[in-house]
Design a protein around this ligand. Structure first.
Ligand code: SF4
Length: 322
């Protein structure tokens, strides 16, 4: 349904006196993936890994340097007169629902707005549909008359979900959609998303920095680092037997109940050199992860590892795989 091929998003930055020095920041640097009907692809990585930029490129909120994005076989850059259809098929939920929920509008108008724009629904007809949508996300009809400020964070995210599903999209991009919620509200929203997926056949691109959260909802996971995919494959495989040193590191940071396993993970983490994610404005040569990789060899410093298939449906970009 959604195919992304060799996607590159560069931001042109000007520095120095009169902006004389300029260079490109490679926020996304050659990313490819696919998303099928009713499936969830988790994009995971630290802040600055490019995961949110991918979501924004799909929503056409940022320009693409090169590569293709196809929705049902149509290149999104050639939509021209069909932008409304595209917006209907691809919806988004963000971390801060306030960015989407106008604080001066009541819920009936927030959720009903896309129905008016796309289908011309008004009055009672629209209110009936809004009531159905609120019911689908676990809110009541009387919530229609309330303002966003009268709801908890979890309820506001439910309103955002109701608005996102109003147009019966094929794909919802969930960009850190539950990151600001407490753990129990996170699992309630994840359960709601799974339930809606089953009922409506939705596909999700689930973007988050927390692999522990992503694994609960994803069928496939792509691990990103400095704008590139380090490892991608079935969620079960990625979480139970990661092959890339960076994925192994992310897994080791997930707390587990078993004290022996927890000790092993702590030991694995302690091997990591104490360094931050390098800046995307000045990425390292060779493997982007080599400045932090406990298993780096000399080749890693000057040769970029290409993604290779290592197990069915799984790719890894690491020289150790050779
Ligand atoms: Fe580590 Fe080298 Fe593999 Fe990069 S290519 S992850 S630096 S071993």
């Amino acid at each position: 349904m959604l195919t992304v091929e060799d996607l590159r998003v560069y931001f042109h930055v000007k520095r120095g006196l009169m902006g004389r020095r300029s260079y490109d920041v490679r926020a996304v640097d050659g990313v490819s993936f696919g998303l099928a009907h009713g499936q969830t692809l988790g994009l995971v990585g630290e802040s600055g890994s490019g995961k949110s930029t991918i979501g924004r490129a799909l929503l056409r909120l940022v320009g693409i340097h090169s590569g293709t994005i196809q929705l049902n076989g149509t290149d999104v850059r050639e939509l021209r007169g069909r932008m409304l259809d595209f917006r209907r098929d691809l919806q988004a939920i963000f971390q801060d629902p306030y960015s989407l929920l106008n604080p001066s509008m009541i819920v009936a108008d927030i959720v009903g707005e896309p129905l008016t724009i796309h289908y011309g629904l008004k009055g009672r007809q629209r209110d009936e549909r809004v009531a159905q949508l609120l019911d689908q996300v676990g809110l009541a009809t009387y919530h229609m008359e309330r303002y966003p400020s009268e709801f908890s964070g979890g309820q506001r995210q439910r309103i955002a979900v109701a608005r996102a599903i109003a147009l019966e999209p094929q794909i919802i991009i969930c960009d850190e959609a539950i990151s600001a919620l407490d753990v129990s509200t996170q699992s309630q929203v994840i359960n709601l998303l799974k339930e809606l997926q089953e009922r409506l056949g939705l596909a999700y691109l689930f973007i988050a920095h927390d692999l522990a959260v992503v694994r609960h909802i994803s069928d496939q996971i792509a691990v990103l680092y400095l704008g590139r995919i380090m490892e991608m494959g079935p969620a079960e495989l990625i979480c139970s037997a990661p092959r890339h040193p960076y994925t192994q590191l992310l897994i080791s940071a997930i707390p587990v109940a078993d004290p022996i396993e927890q000790k092993k993970r702590k030991a694995a983490r302690s091997q990591l050199p104490p360094s931050e994610l390098p800046s995307a404005t000045n990425p390292p040569d060779g493997c982007p992860f080599h400045t932090r990789c406990p298993q780096a060899v000399s080749r890693c410093r000057n040769e970029v590892p290409l993604p290779r298939q290592v197990r069915p449906g799984e790719i890894v970009a690491c020289h150790l795989i050779d």
